[in-house]
Design a protein around this ligand. Structure first.
Ligand code: 1HN
Length: 347
């Protein structure tokens, strides 16, 4: 994106100097940069390949003790964003690793977070005392200001993708976190998705879990996968097979700023192209394929993460076998601010 021009070269230098001194600037030199005629973003489409990234994530686990890191995360930095800790202008993504027996201390903060488990078994996240098992493909949310810590009872490293709205929250100067405190033993043995929210369209009259305003904090991949497969069996060819993760008591997005979806791609089929004003980060849970994101063709396989900046045309196709993608977006934040728009390609 162009830098703002704050001096009008056609005016006397003394005039521009006087404006500077008074903390003033002309709008007319900057107006079309502030408000271009087309939507624009410095973020670029990009793939982080699991094959390349995985050894570096595991190396971090050897090199950096948990006591030092508190959160052992490698940050996915969008190459267009000048080194910012951001995958798009509004969203953050990172890959976090925890080793058997480790505990990442407890804290809470204003940014919202979600986690999609990439690899390994036996770790868990505690959200306000609720123990959420982390198995590959599971989604876990830690909504704003909810205490959370991570533990690991298994025997191999566990890696997950962290998605946060930190760049957005920082833009409001609203980012804040409590001091860390040692992880507490979970207050529950499981989370509500295992015994209270087991069938769609049914919610308990009264929950036994603490009332946090977020009745579901974990979506097991086994449940989501089975639902996708069933939906795929009855969806006409050429239509997208996509499920949204929602608060089952309201149908609203799981958190105020971030939404999430699961996509099933049938082999040999290209999903209908669409562009949206939201940012979208995709993670490959199963399969291999290719996505068009704006003018880029991104090839991907299991474990890869890729980013679609706002207002880029997006279409996916799976190779040979079905593929499953997870994605998270800032769509709820844009909707709340009256900024959400989408367009489907005319076929
Ligand atoms: C954070 O608190 C976690 O709680 C993960 O696991 C990633 C990235 C930036 C800031 C805080 C976590 C984070 C983070």
């Amino acid at each position: 994106m162009d830098a703002l021009v704050t001096r009008d070269a056609s005016l006397p230098a003394a005039y521009s100097d006087a404006l500077d001194t008074l903390a003033l600037a002309p709008l007319w030199t900057a107006l079309h940069t502030l408000l271009p005629n087309e939507r624009t973003t410095p973020a670029v489409p990009h793939v982080w390949r699991w094959r390349d990234v995985r050894p570096r994530v595991l190396e971090a686990a050897r090199l950096v003790p948990m006591e030092q890191a508190e959160r052992r995360v490698l940050v996915l930095r969008n190459p267009g964003l000048g080194g910012a800790y951001a995958i798009t202008s509004s969203l953050f993504a990172g890959l976090q690793v925890i080793l058997p027996g480790e505990a990442a201390p407890s804290h809470h903060h204003t940014p919202a977070a979600l986690r999609l488990i990439v690899e390994g078994h036996g770790a868990y996240t505690t959200v306000e005392g609720v123990k959420c098992a982390m198995e590959p493909g599971d989604l876990i949310i830690t909504p704003p200001m909810r205490w959370h810590d991570h533990g690991h009872e298994g025997s191999e490293p566990v890696v997950w993708l962290d998605g946060l709205d930190i760049p957005l929250v920082r833009h409001f100067d609203a980012a804040w976190a409590s001091k860390m405190r040692p992880a507490q033993p979970p207050a529950t043995a499981t989370d509500p998705s295992q015994d209270e929210l087991t069938a769609s369209g049914l919610v308990p009259r009264q929950s036994r879990y603490p009332r946090t305003g977020f009745p579901q904090v974990r979506w097991p991949w086994t449940t989501v996968r089975a639902a996708l497969e069933r939906l795929a069996a009855t969806t006409p060819a050429g239509q997208a097979v996509t499920l949204r993760y929602v608060d089952p008591t309201t149908g609203a997005a799981p958190m105020p700023t971030m939404g999430a979806e699961a996509h099933w791609l049938r082999p040999g089929e290209r999903t209908p192209a669409a562009r949206r004003t939201s940012s979208e980060i995709f993670h490959v849970i199963e399969g291999r394929g290719r996505s068009r994101v704006g003018d880029s063709a991104l090839d991907w396989e299991k474990g890869d993460t890729f980013v679609a900046p706002p207002w880029h045309w997006i279409a996916h196709e799976a190779h040979e076998a079905p593929a499953a993608l997870f994605s998270f977006t800032d769509e709820p934040a844009l909707r709340a601010l009256g900024l959400y728009q989408e367009e489907a390609a005319s076929s």
